[in-house]
Design a protein around this ligand. Structure first.
Ligand SMILES: Nc1ncnc2c1ncn2[C@@H]1O[C@H](COP(=O)(O)OP(=O)(O)OP(=O)(O)O)[C@@H](O)[C@H]1O
Ligand SMILES: [Mg+2]
Length: 354
């Protein structure tokens, strides 16, 4: 019996060692912490990337010895959201994605994955799109310019071909412009912040909608707030007008479109509501992906590329805001931009004459 127990113990110890050795060999930083955030164990990569020394740092509070800005608050909040891009305290060349994984009785694993290569590839992709779009701009302008010189009516046998060439070159120019806008937004950490006067902006959006609709829809403004927004006027206009043009494009003749602006103590909400085709639920999570279109044939018919909502998402992100979409097939859609209260500016007092 005793001999069997001893054999079992030896087997168990070697199993535990094997697990530790495997975890120690991981290229990702791994730190096991207890319920008081004290370090119980860490692997070689954690020593190198997080600047920990074995065994000196064992028993220390992880948020006191790992120099990552905001780590204390992050762990205190439960770390449900990962920290997406952190410079490794032990090696400034390395970027880490940090996650906190809870296990048994308030213990947790702090995991730091080396994401430098992913970020490098992401940058290569962004630069590639920006460069190609930029290079395409000049030849397209030339093609477009020449096509504009020819009046299709003057050459009746090529009239339809010329019109189609014009349409397609206009469309290509729009795609290139949209890609350049996305590249610019991608590279930006913040946008200029000034007062965005909502009254005039809503009226411009309404005029745009009427221009696109040409009397085919009933368009209204529902503004219950006098507040303005703090942000980049050009980019917010571009985002909102994308929503408005979608509402017009994807709503059949006779439909209704409302542009609404309302605020309360929690923040502001700019919504574009339509009684159009609607979108089925499986498409909703993917709408803001680049080039994503729900019905390719309908979008092609209406000249859509699938970049509009991607631009909306980026612009909102840079304003700390987000997009909410409610839609029902056959009934219509609401696209709402939700802004935090810190983005709201009370109406400017009217200048009193001296
Ligand atoms: N109000 C809406 N009603 C119904 N479908 C919509 C609405 N808004 C967007 N969609 C669907 O979402 C897709 C993506 O919209 P998005 O604005 O990104 O691209 P797009 O309109 O096709 O092209 P563009 O790049 O010119 O905006 C559209 O192709 C359309 O299928
Ligand atoms: Mg669109």
């Amino acid at each position: 019996m005793k001999a069997r127990a001893a054999r079992r113990r030896t087997a168990l110890v070697s199993l535990v060692r094997a697990f530790r050795d495997a975890a120690a060999a991981l290229p990702d930083a791994l730190v096991a912490i207890d319920d008081e955030r004290r370090i119980r164990w860490f692997n070689t990569a954690a020593g190198r990337l997080l600047g920990l020394t074995w065994p000196d740092h064992l028993g220390h509070r992880v948020d006191e010895v790992v120099a990552i800005p905001g780590i204390r608050e992050w762990i205190a909040s439960g770390g449900a959201e990962s920290l997406p891009d952190v410079t490794a305290p032990g090696d400034a060349e390395v970027h880490l994605g940090m996650r906190l994984i809870p296990y048994a009785d308030d213990h947790a694993l702090l995991l730091g994955r080396d994401i430098s290569q992913v970020l490098r590839l992401e940058k290569v992709r962004r630069d590639f799109v920006a460069n190609v779009s930029h290079e395409l701009r000049t030849p397209l302008t030339v093609v477009h310019g020449y096509l504009d010189l020819i009046e299709p009516e003057q050459i009746p046998e090529y009239e339809s071909i010329l019109r189609e060439l014009r349409n397609q070159s206009r469309r290509m120019t729009q795609i290139v412009e949209d890609l350049l806008t996305l590249s610019r937004l991608d590279a930006e950490d913040a946008l200029p912040e000034t007062r965005v006067a909502m009254g005039p902006l809503l009226r411009t959006l309404m005029r745009d909608a009427e221009g696109l609709s040409r009397g085919r829809h009933e368009i209204t403004i529902e503004a219950t707030s006098e507040h303005d927004l703090l942000g980049s006027p050009k980019d917010l206009y571009s985002a909102f007008s994308n929503l408005v043009s979608n509402a017009v494009r994807y709503t059949p003749v006779g439909g209704r479109i409302a542009i609404a602006w309302q605020t309360d103590t929690n923040g502001g909400r700019l919504a574009v509501r339509d009684t159009g085709h609607g979108i089925s639920p499986q498409h909703l999570p993917r709408l803001t992906e680049r080039f994503y279109r729900v019905s390719t044939s309908r979008s092609r018919e209406t000249g859509g590329t699938g970049l509009g909502l991607s631009i909306v998402k980026h612009v909102l992100q840079l304003h700390g805001a987000h997009l909410e979409v409610h839609s029902e097939v056959g009934a219509g859609s609401t696209f709402a931009c939700i802004f935090g209260a810190e983005r709201l500016l009370p109406p400017e007092p009217l200048c009193e004459e001296a």
